[in-house]
Design a protein around this ligand. Sequence first.
Ligand code: ZN
Length: 317
Amino acid sequence: MGLTIGIDVGGTKIAAGIVGEDGGIGARAHRDTPATSVDDTAAAICDAAAELIAAHPGQVEAVGIGAAGFVSSDRSTVLFAPNLAWRDEPLGARVADVLKVPVVVENDANAAAWAEFVYGPAAKVADMVCVTLGTGIGGGIVIDGQLLRGAHGVAAEIGHMRVLPGGYRCGCGARGCWEMYASGSALVREARAMAESGALAAVQMMGVCGASTPSELTGPMITQAAAGGDACAIELLEDIGRWAGEGLASIVTLFDPSVIVLGGGVSAAGELILKPAERAFDRNLPARTNRPRPAFGLAELGNEAGLIGAADLARHR
Ligand SMILES: [Zn+2]
């Protein structure tokens, strides 16, 4: 006994792994995600888990599934998934019926945040905000050692906190969401707009990135150019960091965490994003000179966080 399986269900790939109590990943199994079919997706999840269970007879005590979408507060039903066909899908019961072990379903950003809380830079605190700056902004909030789920399971959708009334229209339908300003997509949008302006600094940045047209620019290219000292790329990351810090000031006003963990592709820029984020945070935190300040840390578990977190949530179900 003592083993749990964590499963990260992405839009194209399903990654499953045996996770020990120390958060280490042992055997792994992968399947493609048949995203348009609810039945085929459930079957692929069961298939990946069954492969691992068969290789560890009698040792797997539970399965945790992390998936992008709204998950019911009892952690069994996917209410809505943006990239998959799930609508009020009783995924937990369906998979448990096949595998004959308990199954916990959790929002993927929550699962990843939980892994950073248990094994990452927030491992020694009780209150944490984890923010994943990727294509969008995901995250999770831990209060007094518990993931904040809300009455319906859909709390902590922090990427859709409004930071600019009347701002850019977001994929969620609202305007001015945080993820339109502090995400990797925002970084790329601004870099391409800058390049299209024809400004000399932007033309130089394109050369450093090895991009022949603005549309070829990517987030990792800009991060690498900034790390090499390119002024335009540094400025673009500073802008993203500033938006990140301003949003974090609002979140900390609500939740007063001990630690803020920054993860996702944008956080690969390290100090180049952390420094401007902390500066903007310090300038915008209400009553900042009269209150303790949370520490900032970078996420440590990378792309494995969702899988590890889902497994740990299943263990402590
Ligand atoms: Zn939004």
